[in-house]
Structures are given as C-alpha cells and as structure tokens.
Write a protein that binds this ligand. Structure first.
Ligand SMILES: [Zn+2]
Ligand SMILES: [Zn+2]
Length: 209
C-alpha cells in the first residue's frame, strides 16, 4: 500500500479535478500521481505547493535531496521546465497552464527559492491606502476612469473554459483597466467580472535592470 499524498493546503485535489493538469487521484491508495511520460507516472508523496507542511512551518524545510525534478527539467519530453528568469521549476499542463513547484513532489524538500519577489517592487502600503480611498465609492468602470483618468492599457473580455472556471473558481472578465504609471511602487489593475463586481488588484512593478 502506498503512503497517501500529504497536502495541507488542498491544492493537489484542485489540480486533480482539472483534466489537463496531468495530476490524477487514485481513490484506493488515496494517492495522487503525475503523468510525466507514458512509462513515468510517479506517485506524488508531497504537495508541490505546501510540501505537506503547515505554512507556518516552511522555515524548517530541508532542500530537495533526490534531484529528480532537476533531472526531469533537463529531459525535453517531460513536461517539467526550469524558468531561469524566475529561478522556478514548473509543471506544464496539457493546456500549457504552468504550476510552480515550490517543493519536490517526491522527497518533499524545497526547490530553489523563486526570484520573482526580487524582480518586482513591493507595493507600498501608503499607495494602496491612497488608491483604495480614491476608489472607495466606485460602482462602475466609468467611475474608475472618471476618478483615475484613462488607463495605460485596456483589455478584455476574457472568456474562460467552463470546466476550468469550475475547477479553479475563476470568473470571466468583462473588461479590465491597467494603470502602470499611476503609482510609483505598484501596477493597479481594475477588473469588472462577469457578475458585475469590480476587483482592484495591486501588483509590484518590474524593477528596471
Ligand atoms: Zn498542499
Ligand atoms: Zn526531491
């Protein structure tokens, strides 16, 4: 009998419900496996997102000692890739969706630390508070443009696959506005979803090299 996959965050069961994810669930052994190649479907011992640990416990993690993920990333036919820009290992699903592997699914050790955070600014609390204050009474996208002015970029609509929406809890986007030059430390995105709700997203800006 295999040891059941350890996951504290619940993400692995979400992945297994996505038919394109390459991750599948075996009810009898209570294990998840990844279909990496015809003859290679290893059992996932540890969730690649949480490593099977509580989020408060990630400091005590050893590094991956088995080296399997690193080896698979060097195999052109195996859908695991190394992204040198962000220093990340990713599982590439059949629909090209990327899942970052933070922990080795086999030994549970942590994989190289992502450099994503060092490449982007950290949004300042002052700017977030200021923008939230300016947007506190908006109910429509026209309100947003009236208050903040024309965005640097408009996008949408974005229509997602119904199956993916169900699995990942995603919403279609009617329209989006992106403000890249409004604030010093952040990019502001305002999005109107299919349910008419307006979402405000703050993200770091790429640091200039
Ligand atoms: Zn997990
Ligand atoms: Zn490992």
């Amino acid at each position: 009998m295999e040891t059941p996959t350890i996951c504290k965050c619940g993400f692995i069961s979400v992945l297994a419900r996505d038919p394109d994810s390459l991750v599948s669930y075996n009810e009898i052994s209570n294990t998840y496996s990844i279909a990496l190649a015809n003859d290679l479907s290893p059992i996932i011992a540890f969730c690649p997102l949480c490593g099977g640990r509580e989020l408060s416990d990630t400091q005590s993690m050893p590094e991956c000692g088995c080296g399997l993920v690193l080896g698979w990333a060097n195999e052109p036919n195996i859908p695991i890739e190394y992204d040198s820009e962000f220093n990340e290992y990713c599982l590439i699903a059949q629909d090209s969706r990327k899942t970052i592997l933070y922990y080795c699914p086999i030994c549970g050790g942590h994989l190289p630390k992502t450099e994503r955070t060092s490449l982007f600014t950290t949004p300042s609390t002052e700017e977030i508070i200021e923008i939230n204050e300016r947007l506190k009474s908006v109910t429509t996208m026209d309100d947003v443009v009236r208050i903040l002015g024309e965005p640097d970029e408009r996008y949408g609509p974005i229509i997602n696959d119904p199956e993916k929406k169900r699995v990942y809890g995603m919403k279609d986007v009617r329209q989006g506005l992106r403000y890249t030059s409004l604030a010093k430390t952040l990019v502001l995105t305002v999005q109107e979803n299919e349910d008419g709700r307006i979402h405000v997203i703050f993200e770091g800006k790429p640091k200039s090299i």
